[in-house]
Design a protein around this ligand. Structure first.
Ligand SMILES: C[S@@+](CC[C@H](N)C(=O)[O-])C[C@H]1O[C@@H](n2cnc3c(N)ncnc32)[C@H](O)[C@@H]1O
Length: 238
């Protein structure tokens, strides 16, 4: 994918997830379990796994330290991929490792956009805190995820709710935007460049993909490490 935001974000990912930061991230997994956000996300993942009546092939996009591996059940194969090698080192011994139900996890290092898994490889794909946050979620990404799903497959992912991040000043600037000169528009466009999405933007992408069903929900997280609002999307393929 040649999108310049993806390239910029990948460079940031390499810088941010240095060895020390990823050790801290992994250590925080033990505290994260006390948050409502953990119960909420772990519950959703667990329910989605159990909604299949057979063992399933799964893909975790941007698995990080493998924070949720222990809640996944009914799994035949799990592919866990991440761009950060340091994160993947931590994911070798993830949180609650002893409770993990699958025999084997296949780790893949790289940029999700460059991976060419065969189409219809997975029953369930999830991605938490990655798309529409650290990297782009657009119609190409949505199409790629859709194609990777088998018929009846499910996709669960979160994006950051752009509307909830906007300050009062930004909202004023947006209302003035149509009236400012092109040079100012260019400055604002650059300043506002983001992977975050509004509800309408997200729905616009997902609704056009041809999923049998999709639902979007807002979730406000009080996790001390990340306070904010996510849009959570569950979509099912025909
Ligand atoms: C905030 S962490 C979330 C990790 C994990 N999903 C969780 O919920 O704890 C974001 C992760 O996305 C990964 N990531 C960002 N861009 C990526 C890309 N283009 N391809 C694969 N992984 C990516 C980062 O390396 C990082 O591990």
């Amino acid at each position: 994918m040649s999108n310049h935001i993806v390239t910029e974000k990948l460079a940031i990912t390499l810088q941010v997830y240095d060895p020390a930061t990823t050790v801290n991230y992994r250590q925080y997994d033990d505290k994260f379990i006390q948050t409502k956000a953990y119960l909420h996300l772990a519950g959703k993942l667990s329910n989605l796994c159990q909604s299949f009546e057979r063992p399933i092939a799964m893909l975790d996009v941007g698995c990080g330290t493998g924070r949720y591996f222990h809640v996944l059940t009914n799994v035949d194969r799990l592919f866990a991929m991440d761009y950060s090698e340091n994160m993947l080192v931590q994911a070798q011994h993830p949180f609650r490792e002893a409770e993990i139900s699958m025999d084997k996890i296949v780790f893949k290092q790289g940029n999700f956009y460059d991976f060419d898994f065969e189409n219809q490889s997975f029953d369930f794909i999830y991605s938490i805190g990655v798309l529409g946050e650290h990297t782009v979620f657009d119609r190409h990404v949505c199409n790629k995820l859709f194609e990777l799903l088998r018929p009846g497959g499910k996709l669960f992912f979160t994006v950051v709710d752009l509307e909830a991040r906007k300050t009062f000043k930004r909202k004023i600037m947006e209302s003035l935007y149509p009236f400012v000169p092109t040079s100012i528009k260019q400055i604002l466009d650059k300043r506002w460049e983001t992977c975050y999405l509004t509800w309408n933007q997200l729905e616009n992408i997902v609704s056009k993909q041809g999923f049998k069903t999709y639902q979007i929900e807002r979730y406000a997280s009080e996790d001390p490490k990340w306070k904010g609002v996510h849009l959570e999307c569950i979509a099912t393929k025909k």
